[in-house]
Write a protein that binds this ligand. Structure first.
Ligand SMILES: Nc1nc2c(ncn2[C@@H]2O[C@H](COP(=O)(O)OP(=O)(O)OP(=O)(O)O)[C@@H](O)[C@H]2O)c(=O)[nH]1
Ligand SMILES: [Mg+2]
Length: 328
């Protein structure tokens, strides 16, 4: 080490040694470089500092790269439920999200088009579901962050390609899900799992059923698999069963919509409260305002299951479409 270095340099070097993050190391190294006088005797030192600087810059960039990627895969839930659409390359995941939502992910006739997830909102009657387009998964390769995304979603759509090897795709995806300890609701979970399973509502949708005779292939597929999960055939290209698809999502999300009104006024039919099926009046009240749970006296309901304006108590089980006037 050349002897003619100023004391500042040694202080910066101490900072460098004590620095815990690549960013702090970079800052200290930059300071050291700026202090070292430029002449022949310090050539080696400066080269060494620059080398170390670039090493820490690489590290720091990699780190932000990873966390940016992580953020792209952790999508906050919006709407009545978060629905992740998963499947093999080219199954039509992006096409489905493009058709049903306000987002337009890239669609192409070559595989592995989608690199990161894209959420979009799909309307169903007067509510919205968040559909998430995802990068393809196969047994050979799955982006590791997809595991968390799958485990976090409320509902999974396994999208299969009628023109691919549908059966193989199905079996592989089920294997992948099991390797993540993800099991379909009401399916059998092995008793020897070491950690708790992730139980999901799963809809299997076989895409590219463009022609009416494709129904026969779907029947064969369902027979061969003996599939227990809900399974439908769709065509994103022709729009076949796309409405049915959204109805199935609504069924699986197990929510109901209730509308509130004030005495003597018309109900607000535009913005329903979306609550879990089987919720009681008391649970609805708590959702509207936490004080309501205590204050709640009773309510009048206009709906399918009761007389118009019928008075109900806390334990009344709300029904989809109920209009409710809460008395506190
Ligand atoms: N015949 C037919 N083709 C379809 C249908 N839906 C999508 N495709 C086509 O299938 C190809 C792949 O569609 P994408 O939506 O990009 O598929 P993806 O599953 O997102 O593919 P990756 O991003 O690679 O995983 C495109 O050429 C689409 O036009 C359909 O219902 N019928
Ligand atoms: Mg795609």
């Amino acid at each position: 080490m050349p002897a003619n270095l100023p004391p500042d340099y040694f202080e910066a070097e101490k900072d460098f040694r004590e620095a815990k993050t690549p960013e702090a190391k970079i800052e200290a190294l930059e300071e050291m470089l700026s202090i070292v006088p430029k002449h022949k005797g310090t050539d080696k030192l400066r080269a060494n500092l620059r080398r170390r600087l670039s090493k820490f810059k690489d590290q720091s960039q990699k780190k932000t790269g990873v966390s940016r990627r992580k953020a792209a895969f952790s999508i906050s839930r919006e709407g009545a439920a978060q629905v992740a659409v998963i499947g093999f390359p080219n199954a039509g995941k992006s096409s489905l999200i493009d058709l049903l939502t306000n987002t337009s992910p890239e669609v192409a006739d070559f595989p592995h088009t989608t690199q990161k997830p894209t959420p979009g909102m799909a309307p169903y009657e007067d509510i919205q579901y968040q559909l998430v387009d995802t990068p393809p998964i196969t047994k050979e390769y799955m982006e590791p962050l997809m595991g968390d995304l799958i485990r976090r979603a409320d509902i999974l759509v396994v999208l299969l390609d009628l023109y691919g090897s549908t059966l193989q795709q199905y079996e592989d995806i089920v294997d992948i899900l099991h390797s993540l300890r993800v099991y379909a609701d009401e399916s059998e979970v092995p008793s020897d799992l070491r950690k708790p399973p992730f139980i999901k509502k799963i809809l299997v949708a076989v895409n590219k059923m463009d022609k009416s005779e494709d129904v026969e292939d779907l029947d064969v597929f369902m027979e061969l698999t003996g599939i227990q999960m809900p399974c439908i055939g769709i065509s994103v290209r022709t729009g076949k069963n796309i409405l049915l698809f959204m109805e199935r999502i609504f069924d699986l999300s197990e929510v109901i919509r209730v509308y509130t009104k004030s005495p003597g006024k018309e109900p607000d039919m535009k913005a329903p409260y979306v609550i879990p099926r089987e919720s009681t009046l008391e649970e609805l009240a708590g959702k509207i305002h936490k004080d309501f749970v205590q204050k709640l006296k009773n309510a009048r309901i206009w709906g399918r299951a009761v007389r118009d304006g019928q008075m109900v108590q806390r334990d009344y089980v709300m029904q989809d479409g109920d209009v409710v006037e809460i008395n506190v």
